[in-house]
Design a protein around this ligand. Structure first.
Ligand code: ZN
Length: 323
């Protein structure tokens, strides 16, 4: 099911901003042209991709850099998610504490905030241990936080959100947005659906125990640039129409969502920097180059058609943007 994508190289990864140059010569579609925003240079804000939907956003501040992590998941145990049989729901949960310790102890990975988009295994399994190691404040829905408590997260570091919060962190702001999970298959279903309100459930043991628990999106705003991350390949359009992020972290997929890419980019005023997310086979370790599960080419095509002026930039595991 994977597309025939040539091997990723650093040169290739960063050489895909041709859409910006193409737009200078004129855009055929008047709507797109009217909606085009000049790309501003990102300053004092840098992204790093830790695979799947795991993003580190580092913001320069007078008192020292501040770091926001979104859905950090380094462990990446084997689940079968991208095989024809799909994810095995009995897959046990595990956390590679040695791997996490390696990055935290070296100072390479820090966090002031950890933002959770939803409760699935590829989004929250590492969060309790990372919260414990970094002391970060963790934001998520009531269900996400109950699942995290059940996994052993430090309770005094958890901050519940429902969407609509606008948190002032001094050097930057975190805007929490109501959002929607990807809908998969012919019935447009959410995998491992459900919520865990009121009280923590018994300790989750398998990936099926980590239910979606609602989905949030986040916009991180700093003086030098803003970044919007969607929790899955879906969104609530009315939540987004006043936002003008410089960088959109855009999940692959969305085939069950009407006009997934064009409607989204129009609502956001055609973000100048678009980085695909959630596009790699996470059964493979972070130490290897990301393996495309087949979503990159269609996403690039949809973005180029809907917003020719946007730079569609693919970064590989552990690479940064801007480089
Ligand atoms: Zn999910």
């Amino acid at each position: 099911m994977n597309g025939n994508i040539p091997p990723l190289t650093r040169r290739g990864l960063f050489g895909v901003g041709a859409g910006v140059a193409a737009a200078v010569g004129g855009v055929a579609c008047g709507t797109a042209e009217e909606n085009t925003r000049p790309a501003r240079q990102l300053t004092g804000i840098r992204l790093r991709w830790w695979g799947n939907n795991s993003w580190e956003i580092r913001i320069s501040a007078p008192g020292g850099d501040r770091t926001v992590l979104i859905d950090p998941w380094l462990t990446r145990f084997r689940t079968g998610t991208y095989t024809p049989a799909g994810a095995d729901p009995t897959t046990p949960l595990s956390v590679d504490t040695a791997l996490i310790d390696h990055y935290v102890d070296s100072g390479e990975l820090r966090a002031d905030h950890i933002l959770v988009t939803h409760g699935h295994y590829d989004h929250i399994t590492d969060v309790p241990y990372l919260a414990q190691r970094t002391g970060a404040t963790v934001i998520g829905t009531e269900s996400h936080l109950n699942l995290l408590i059940a996994l052993g997260a430090p309770q005094d570091q958890l901050s519940v959100a429902s969407g609509g919060e606008y948190i002032d962190c001094g050097s930057h702001r975190i805007r929490v947005l109501r959002s929607l999970h990807s809908q998969l298959g012919p019935r447009a279903r959410i995998p491992f659906p459900g919520t865990r309100p009121a009280a923590p459930p018994p300790r989750p043991r398998t990936i099926a125990d980590l239910v979606e628990g609602g989905t949030l999106a986040y916009q991180i705003e700093s003086p030098g640039g803003s970044v919007l991350n969607l929790g899955g390949s879906n969104y609530i359009e009315s939540e987004l129409t006043t936002l003008r992020p410089d960088v959109l972290l855009l999940p692959v997929g969305g085939s069950n969502v009407h006009d997934y890419v064009p409607r989204l980019l129009h609502a956001l005023g055609n973000p100048p920097h678009i980085l695909p997310t959630h596009w790699d086979d996470f059964d493979l370790p972070l130490s290897r180059p990301a393996k495309d599960t087949g979503g990159l080419a269609p996403l690039r095509k949809a973005v180029t058609a809907a917003s020719p002026s946007s730079a569609f930039v693919v970064v590989d595991h552990l690479q940064t943007y801007p480089a």
